[in-house]
Structures are given as C-alpha cells and as structure tokens.
Design a protein around this ligand. Structure first.
Ligand SMILES: CC(C)(COP(=O)(O)OP(=O)(O)OC[C@H]1O[C@@H](n2cnc3c(N)ncnc32)[C@H](O)[C@@H]1OP(=O)(O)O)[C@@H](O)C(=O)NCCC(=O)NCCS
Length: 150
C-alpha cells in the first residue's frame, strides 16, 4: 500500500450499510441489495474486502472462489475517492490472497464501455477473452476477462 491513509481489510456485517451506498452510487439499478452482501459475508466461498481511507469505508471488492478458479464479483470505489490507487490496492490484495489460497486463475465480467475498469484490469494483466452480448440489464455487452495466477 502506497498511501498511509489507506487500509485494505476483510469486510464484515458492520460494513454492509456503507458498501451498499457505494454500490448504489456506482451501479444504480444493477446494484446488489443488502441481503446479497450478508450472503457474501457469511459464505465461505467468498472473499469480501473493504478499503478504508481516513477511517471511512470508501471501496470494496467481492470475489468468489470456485475450486481452483476465482471470479471478481464486484469492485467499486466511491466516486469522490477515485484515482487515488484504491481500486488498484483492492485488486492487488485480492490477487495476493487468492494466489495464497491456491487459486490458479481469475475471471470477471466488465461492461464494454467501462474504460476506467478495463484499463485497471488490463494493467493487472487481465486479458479480454470474449464479448458476452447483451449481458447487462440495460442491454449492453460485457467483456469476459481472465488472468492466470500461476
Ligand atoms: C474501476 C474503479 C474501481 C477504479 O477505482 P480507482 O480507485 O479509481 O482506481 P485507481 O485509482 O487504482 O486507478 C486504477 C486505474 O484505473 C484507471 N482510472 C482510474 N480513475 C480514472 C479516471 N478518473 N480516468 C481515467 N482512468 C482512470 C486508470 O487506468 C488507473 O491507472 P493509473 O492510475 O495508473 O492511470 C472505479 O472507477 C469504480 O468504482 N468504478 C465504478 C464501479 C465499476 O465500474 N467497477 C468495476 C466493475 S467490473
């Protein structure tokens, strides 16, 4: 972590309220509701991390572990706190933990027009594998991206 005000830590039930607010700001109608995050906190196959900046929860990441594969389920940073390396710090920590747990590859879906996210994932070595047509509720396409961890 390069920023002294930034801390990446496991998320818990107490973080869900703030996380859902960020989720709604970032994803609107496609945001996961509260109960889905309860499921992420309880489920042993999920990794849930939050980013605290100046002691405030400003970002989070959820990944699912499926055998030797991992899936980035959600990654978001509060709009006021973007461009400070927080998304990168969350992704770096996620990859480190998944690798330590023996996960061999990670995949994700990202909206085709989401250039900030695509450039972040590309910088971490994720490659576009294919286009998933009309993947989202608004009819837009997704890229399926993957990264090997071995
Ligand atoms: C994608 C997201 C998580 C990045 O978070 P962040 O904290 O801003 O990311 P970082 O500061 O670590 O920046 C990482 C890279 O993202 C890109 N990026 C971030 N902010 C950007 C901006 N305002 N303009 C252009 N590119 C930007 C850059 O490539 C940047 O790398 P660089 O700093 O070396 O140029 C954030 O934009 C976000 O929450 N977006 C909405 C939710 C979302 O789309 N999530 C992904 C779903 S798949």
């Amino acid at each position: 972590m390069t920023n002294v005000n930034l801390r990446i830590r496991p998320g818990g039930r107490k973080d869900i309220k703030e996380v859902v607010k960020i989720e709604e700001l970032c994803f609107g109608a496609e945001a996961y509701p509260n109960y889905v995050f309860n499921y992420f906190v309880d489920g042993r196959s999920y990794l849930f991390l939050v980013a605290e900046y100046d002691n405030r929860v400003v970002g989070y990441m959820v990944a699912e572990k499926r055998g030797e594969g991992g899936l980035i389920v959600s990654l978001a940073v509060h709009p006021h706190y973007r461009g400070k390396g927080i998304g990168s710090a969350l992704l770096r920590e996620t990859i480190k933990i998944l690798r330590e747990e023996g996960i061999k590859g990670v995949s994700l879906q990202v909206k085709r027009g989401n250039l900030d996210a695509i450039s972040l994932y590309s910088a971490f070595g994720f490659k576009i594998i294919r286009v998933l047509r009309k993947y989202y509720i608004d009819g837009s396409d997704a890229y399926l991206m993957e990264k090997e961890l071995i």
